[in-house]
Design a binder for this molecule. Sequence first.
Ligand SMILES: Nc1ncnc2c1ncn2[C@@H]1O[C@H](COP(=O)(O)OP(=O)(O)OP(=O)(O)O)[C@@H](O)[C@H]1O
Ligand SMILES: [Mg+2]
Length: 331
Amino acid sequence: MISGVGLDIGTNMLVAAMFDDNGNPTFKMQRDAFYRLVPKSEVNRSSIKLSLNKRGFNYIEDPDGSFIVVGEEALETAIERNDVAKRPLRRGVISPKEKNSLPMLKIIIEKLIGKGDGGNLIYSVPARPIDGEFDIVYHTEMMSHYLGDMGYKAMPINEAFAIALSELVDDGLTGICLSFGAGMTNVAVIHQGDSLVEFSMTKGGDYIDNAVGHALDISPSLVQLEKESGTDLNNPSSKIMEAVSVYYGTVIKYALENICFELDRRKKDLPIFRESVKFVVSGGLSLAEGFEKRVAAVLSTVNFPIKISELVRAKEPMTAVANGCLLASQL
Ligand SMILES: Nc1ncnc2c1ncn2[C@@H]1O[C@H](COP(=O)(O)OP(=O)(O)OP(=O)(O)O)[C@@H](O)[C@H]1O
Ligand SMILES: [Mg+2]
């Protein structure tokens, strides 16, 4: 079996990629979420435990007596209680202020990939945001340390660059890649295998969920699940989906306008692209029906500084980053 692991550490989803016995990539996913249940009494504690075991939920027992449900079931539990699940990451990174959610992240990752035996693991990190104050150094260092403790030789690569490794090999690793995720939109401009410009913006799926939740006075977690059960941007099927479609427009416009502005500002870092290049969109948000059309429509209204040959969606938007990381583990 070929060794090597690719790990997409996302705000909403953790995706692991490995090779199977035939050398083909296989993927495992887990929701990057947790939810704490605090029993009101000893009897209540026993009944909660019984119910969690019966439902086969992934959970850990905190020494303080509470239960922490992790992964997909955390979201389910939160919605049942009309509450919001917690996330170990916010906007793509662990923040120094939310250190207490780090063990949760570690548990979810360990359930996904198990312990390593010194092999290569490449994990994705977002680029520095152009519209946020936080930096990604702390996150990158902490993850390296944690994954090292788990038995891996861990190295980071940029999230949008990982998409290029997955999708642009036949194009000489030249093009523009965008990842529309939960916490962030990441972008990279890649020229012959070299990532020339990388940055992120802090508007993504979470922004949509919160904006719709606020506008309609419903839980953002509910908006998120509705959105994931199928989004058609051209034919919204409910009030929620109408609002989702509106805020999708905001996220796309915000991303493309900022990219134009930044590329213009960093003109001197960019080579002259002789040929027009591919524009690749990926990430969970790109799964919506009509997404590429929306992006193309906005692109036609902005003065994009690089000539685009074709706008394509990654073959598998949820696993493209992990796939790129896995390929990087072989380089
Ligand atoms: N089928 C779908 N249709 C529409 N939206 C979806 C679908 N599936 C997932 N999403 C949304 O995509 C977003 C998550 O995308 P993704 O899993 O790529 O993010 P992430 O990598 O975890 O986050 P980030 O890269 O920002 O750290 C969420 O807002 C989620 O609700
Ligand atoms: Mg992502």
